[in-house]
Design a protein around this ligand. Structure first.
Ligand code: FAD
Length: 504
């Protein structure tokens, strides 16, 4: 067996999950190579610069800075040496079809003032809801997040039944919201926190109500210069830690022999193929496509993964406008008339929404450099079903949905929006699948569903090969930039522990 210093790790993919694992492994003395099929790092954290507009194509909300710190700490450095974070408050502006607008403030006094118009009972219920959200977060953080628990069995062993009792797992997220809040606007707002993991509040377990606490307790942040600055910071860190990064290298096969993987076969953008030998392989390609395409896993194995259904996908519309809509905050939500109807249609029936809830980002509210003077830069994102062979969709279907979204925004106050478009960029689930290799165009890895997976995602260590690991949104703890970064840190620790044991 090689000494730890010489052990070679190949990481497939330079999303945040892959880069986080690579950095942490390199810092523990492993020799790390990252193979990324695209020409840039970051995966879904991606950017488009055109005609003076700078569009963050993927994430626009940065949360839980503390999770990113270990990746950037060391040699006297800290996260703040790589990126500048700006607090965004109001965090969300929420538009309803009846004309009501509710801002969600991190600032407690401003939030109280915002809700007083509905009466003191709603203020009290809101505050009690946040206390409940904090309790759910604290329980989940102590074990599932911090320890990197992967299975229901580990979960029960860690928490025991006493603490598990405090975890709200018997109800759905929407059910618990309904019992705690009578205000219909607050109900919709808190249900839509499930957007962070691309799932339905009707199907997700109630402990997912921990999400408001993440935002309210630790803040909602913008990365100065645009979110892609975070990807650049990860890249700088790769270089500093001595990771070999190879862009334009698509891994087409993982080789294995008697229960161990031995390396990967990659095809360069020039068509040439090469073999990269490895003692450990970390896949930032999602578990299901990797098992199918890189390992040719047998049907029986694929069947076991059925419970990890893809999260939703989305159409993503980036618009450069020749005017500013001053009513927009940085982060905005335009709700469906019937949010439960929207969840049912997208997540139960697998149909495109006819009245989607729209997430609309206008980053110039915090950072005017994202559009030319007097212009605006907005991203529109409705959640829609992942691609499904049983229910095929076409680019035309997605084009028609885009028109529904524009109609809705024009109706809800962005008057003449179409007339002010000077730049347009449009992504469909086909593009998301092709660019990032995600499972059926999913945006957030695996869907949270209390019946099929209890919000667990696939385990980080392969059940077939002792030295194959997975990171990113399809593994625990799941999707979103902080969670995938955490999965990379956990996998680095797991590999270091395994390697130390095997060296004995
Ligand atoms: C439109 C949109 C909005 C979002 N909004 C937010 C938000 O506001 N906040 C938030 O926290 N999160 C948000 N997310 C989710 C977040 O982007 C993801 O959870 C996270 O970035 C995924 O990271 P990852 O490491 O799992 O994988 P990815 O980012 O998918 O990276 C995987 C990488 O692996 C590469 N790869 C795949 N297969 C191969 C192969 N065979 N060979 C070589 N390379 C390969 C891909 O090219 C890619 O670079 C959003 C996502 C999208 C798309």
């Amino acid at each position: 067996m090689r000494s730890v210093e010489k052990r070679r790790v190949v990481v497939i993919g330079a999303g945040l999950g892959g880069m986080s694992a690579a950095i942490m492994l390199a810092r523990s003395g492993f020799q790390v190579t990252v193979l990324e099929k695209n020409a840039n790092v970051g995966g879904k954290l991606n950017v488009l610069e055109t005609e003076g507009f700078r569009f963050d194509l993927g994430p626009s909300i940065f949360t839980l800075p503390q999770i990113f710190r270990p990746v950037f700490e060391g040699d006297g450095k800290r996260l703040e040496d790589y990126v500048t974070l700006e607090r965004v408050d109001p965090q969300w502006r929420n538009f309803f079809e009846d004309g009501t607008v509710v801002d969600l403030w991190e600032d407690k006094e401003k939030m109280r003032a915002e809700l007083e118009r509905f009466g003191s009972r709603d203020v009290k219920q809101y505050e009690e809801f946040l206390a409940y959200s904090r309790r759910q977060y604290e329980i989940v953080e102590r074990g599932y997040l911090r320890e990197g628990l992967d299975t229901f069995g580990q979960f029960v062993r860690f928490y025991g039944w006493t603490e598990a009792r405090d975890l709200d797992y018997m109800h759905s997220m929407a059910g618990s919201i309904r019992r705690r809040l009578r205000n219909r606007y607050l109900r919709d707002i808190f249900e839509y926190f499930i957007k962070y993991v691309g799932s339905s509040a009707l199907e997700s377990p109630a402990f997912m109500n921990l999400m408001p606490n993440i935002q309210m307790e630790f803040g909602l942040w913008y990365v100065s210069g645009g979110l892609y600055e975070l990807a650049k910071a990860f890249r700088r860190r790769l270089d500093e830690c001595g990771v070999r990064l190879m862009l334009g290298q698509e891994v087409v096969r993982i080789d294995h022999d008697r229960g161990s993987v031995t390396g990967v076969q990659a095809r360069g953008s020039d068509g040439a193929t090469g073999f990269f030998e490895a003692d450990y392989v970390v896949s930032n390609m999602e578990v299901i496509p990797a098992m199918q395409k890189l390992l040719g896993a047998p049907k029986a194995e694929m069947k076991k993964l059925r419970r990890f259904k893809p999260s939703c996908s989305g159409i993503v519309v980036h618009l450069g406008l020749d005017r500013v809509y001053p009513q927009l905050a940085h982060h905005n939500f335009f709700y469906s008339k019937d949010l439960h109807g929207h969840f049912r249609r997208v997540f139960r029936e697998g149909r495109l929404p006819d009245d989607p809830t729209l997430y609309v980002v206008a980053p110039t509210r915090t950072d005017p450099s994202q559009a030319p003077a007097g212009c605006d830069n907005i991203k529109i994102l409705p959640h829609i079903p992942a691609l499904d062979e049983q229910r095929p969709t076409t680019r035309e279907d997605y084009g028609a949905l885009k028109e529904i979204c524009l109609d809705k925004l024009e109706r809800m106050g962005l008057t003449d929006l179409r007339r002010h478009i000077v730049v347009e960029d449009f992504w469909t689930p086909f593009d998301i699948e092709a660019r990032y290799g995600s499972n059926r165009g999913s945006i957030y890895g695996v869907v949270c569903d209390r019946r099929s997976n209890f919000a667990f995602k696939a385990p980080k260590q392969s059940t077939l090969f002792r030295n194959l690991y997975f990171v990113g949104g399809s593994t625990n703890p799941g999707a979103g930039m902080p969670m995938v970064t955490l999965s990379g840190q956990h996998v680095a620790r797991m590999i270091a522990e395994q390697s130390a044991k095997e060296a004995q």
